[in-house]
Design a binder for this molecule. Structure first.
Ligand SMILES: Nc1ncnc2c1ncn2[C@@H]1O[C@H](COP(=O)(O)OP(=O)(O)OP(=O)(O)O)[C@@H](O)[C@H]1O
Length: 687
């Protein structure tokens, strides 16, 4: 039997390989002849394994989308039983069953032969089709799809061929009968099995359709639920927005009411503190001289007590000095034959003098303590006087009743008053942040021309300032008109003091603190000088350096700034507003009268040099005690050729050299902002 199977295989193989030579009727005839000697179980088994190997690369269940057992048949049922072999054939080829059922027996053979001849091609196509089937199934297509029939057909072919490939020679009639009988049984079997399988398949497809319909229904339901939810959310959002819109004025009102009550209590507190401090430090009194009423300062009790102590110390010191003189006189009288009783022994004189000297030394120490305390009180007195002035200005301001400007800026308390402006702390109700509102008041008495000139000036300042965005430059947020005579600029709020107030409270800063302020101011200046159109600030002074709540220094007030034109020469641009500015801080070239001065960023370098000197030594380098008018009259700055440094406090030579470079008299030799910004004194490195 084994030999026979091998023969069959050899034959079968040669058939397959010569498929193109075989005509269809010849093949059918050959097959019919072979049918007489029906294949043995060995053949079936062999071909079953051939079939298995053909399909092994594709997972059976995946290929067909059906239960795996659909394809299991061959290995278990093909051992020796022909019927079982037929069963395997049918079970493994459900796709082709319908066709088999329709065709007659010869057609089956014909089909088998045709495909057997084209075995290789058919198998390939079959595999491709199976893959396509798998894809289709993945896409939810039915497995009864006619397209899949061919692929499976090829397998049918193989199996049919297996079943029906006869031995090369069949001899007896008995064997033929058996073959015919088996053929009949096979046909029935095929028909029955085909029907059952189709029904099963139909049923499973129907079940699938039902399941898919259920899925679809659920998906539709979900979609409609989501749509409802989305509509509901949209409606809720709209309601919330409407509510928000309605609540906005209420919320704004609540915020401004809260701010107002905080500001009111701050005002009360400020006034109470002024009253308390006045008792210690002094107050403004009124003096009447005939019809003339003038104001004068009267020191408070603490200052009076200090002055009394100081007076007493001075009196004691003078008394001791007198006693010392007397002692010396007695000593000198001794030599001139004075009364022996009144003459002191030499050692007694020395001891007595030592006592007086020691007392004088202790008086000096007490005096120094009192003087330091008095200086501290004087500083406090200065702060008190400024606060009194601020309160007075606030009380006299027409903006002191918590107005909301331009529908968004809630005015709170007055920060201070400048030449032509009042600066209020305010709250921006739109951006929800504190701002400083600078209210520029035009004097109603001014001519229309002067008013227009002032407004032009302010708009120019605004146009320069609004484009400046830098960490060390105060931001300008907004500008608007309040009435015909007043307009407002809105600035970044700096809650710390300005440098002027800092220096009034502590006139001398440690070099380290002064240097870091200097560096920040230069960073702002470098920004101004790296723009397409450079800007000269022209009014750098302690009052124009502000500090935010973190102590970051910021340059402000661009009222006198100059935009440097593109075509300006190396010497600088013409100074058209000579006479403006604060003279202590301006360089010599700004005072030149013989011709229109040419200026550049070197003006700002000079000003920062003065500022730095003042921070370190507690006084300005030129004309410190002079008024603006006297500086002009006495040409103080024109004469400021060389800077002198006090011996105290001790300041590093690097700092002094830096100041000398900033205060270089000759403009041509003085470094500009970008050059001096490279100075080692301004650079920090980790040690
Ligand atoms: N952005 C700001 N944030 C906080 N306080 C400010 C701000 N701008 C100005 N101030 C304060 O308001 C007060 C008045 O400022 P303003 O600039 O009007 O006065 P000034 O510089 O003394 O006067 P002038 O502008 O006439 O030179 C000052 O005490 C100043 O510190």
């Amino acid at each position: 039997m084994a030999t026979m199977s091998d023969d069959m295989l050899v034959h079968f193989s040669s058939n397959s390989s010569n498929q193109s030579d075989q005509s269809l009727p010849t093949k059918i005839a050959k097959l019919e002849a072979r049918m007489v000697g029906k294949a043995s179980s060995t053949v079936t088994t062999t071909l079953s394994s051939a079939q298995q190997s053909t399909w092994s690369s594709v997972p059976s269940a995946a290929k067909f989308g059906g239960p795996a057992e659909d394809l299991v048949g061959p290995s278990t049922s093909s051992d020796s039983d022909d019927d079982n072999g037929g069963e395997f054939l049918i079970q493994a080829n459900t796709q082709k069953r319908q066709k088999l059922q329709e065709d007659d027996h010869s057609k089956i053979f014909e089909h088998v032969e045709v495909v057997t001849d084209g075995r290789q091609t058919s198998l390939d196509v079959g595999e491709a089709k199976v893959s396509a089937d798998v894809n289709r199934k993945k896409n939810g297509r039915g497995r009864g799809n006619s397209g899949s029939g061919r692929g499976r057909g090829s397998r049918v072919t193989d199996q049919t061929r297996t079943q029906f490939s006869p031995p090369a020679v069949l001899a007896s009639n008995g064997q033929l009968d058996i073959a015919c009988h088996r053929e009949g049984r096979l046909k029935d079997q095929i028909r029955n099995d085909s029907c059952t399988s189709l029904e099963e398949e139909n049923e499973s497809l129907r079940a699938k359709v039902v399941a898919m319909e259920e899925d679809l229904r659920k998906a539709k339901q979900e979609m409609s639920d989501y749509q409802n939810l989305s509509h509901q959310l949209e409606k809720e959002l709209k309601d919330l927005k409407d509510h928000e819109q309605q609540m906005k004025p209420k919320r704004t009102k609540i915020i401004s009411d809260l701010l107002i009550s905080v500001s009111k209590s701050e005002r009360q507190e400020a006034r109470l503190k002024v009253r308390q401090d006045s008792l210690r430090l002094g107050n403004v009194g009124v003096i009447r001289a005939g019809t003339l009423i003038s104001e004068t300062w009267e020191d408070g009790q603490a200052l009076k007590d200090l002055n009394t102590q100081l007076k007493q110390l001075i009196e004691t010191k003078e008394a001791i000095e007198r006693q010392r003189k007397l002692l010396k006189k007695k000593q000198s009288d001794k030599g001139e034959g004075a009364d022996a009783d009144t003459v002191l022994q030499e050692d007694e004189v020395i001891i007595q003098d030592e006592i007086y000297k020691s007392r004088l030394a202790s008086i000096k120490r007490e005096e120094e303590v009192i003087m330091r305390e008095r200086d501290r009180y004087e500083l406090e007195k200065g702060r008190l006087i400024r606060e009194m002035k601020r309160i007075r200005d606030e009380d006299g301001s027409r903006f002191n009743n918590f107005q909301i400007l331009n529908h968004r800026y809630a005015l709170l308390n007055l920060l201070g008053k400048g030449g032509f402006s009042e600066v209020y702390k305010a709250f921006d109700l739109v951006e929800h942040r504190y701002v400083a509102c600078k209210l520029h008041g035009l004097n109603a008495q001014w001519s229309e021309e002067k008013k227009q000139s002032y407004i032009r000036h302010a708009i120019r300042e605004y146009n320069i300032h609004k484009t400046l965005v830098h960490h060390h430059i105060v931001r300008l947020w907004d500008i608007f008109e309040i009435d015909h005579n007043t307009f407002c600029t809105v600035l970044e709020y700096c809650s710390g003091k300005d440098l002027d107030a800092v220096l009034k409270a502590t006139p001398i800063l440690p070099e380290r603190e002064a240097r870091v302020i200097l560096v920040q101011v230069f960073q702002g200046l470098v920004y101004l000088n790296k723009r397409t159109h450079k800007i000269i600030h022209y009014d750098l002074k302690p009052g124009n350096v502000l500090f935010d709540e973190l102590g970051i220094a910021k340059v402000t007030d661009f009222g006198l700034s100059k935009i440097v034109d593109d075509d300006v020469g190396s010497q600088g641009m013409e100074l058209t507003s000579q006479g403006a500015g604060t003279y202590w801080y301006l360089p010599p070239e700004c005072f030149e009268l013989s011709r229109t001065p040419l200026i550049s960023s070197k003006v700002d370098v000079w000003s920062v040099g003065v500022l730095f000197y003042q921070m370190l030594f507690g006084r300005r380098p030129f004309g410190h005690d002079q008024t603006q008018e006297r500086i002009l009259r006495e040409d103080t700055i024109i004469k400021a050729r060389k800077v002198e440094f006090p011996t105290r406090p001790t300041v590093s030579n690097e700092a002094k050299d830096f100041i000398r470079r900033c205060l270089t008299y000759n403009q041509a030799e003085r470094p500009d902002v970008l050059t001096i910004a490279q100075d080692p004194y301004l650079t920090y490195s980790k040690k």
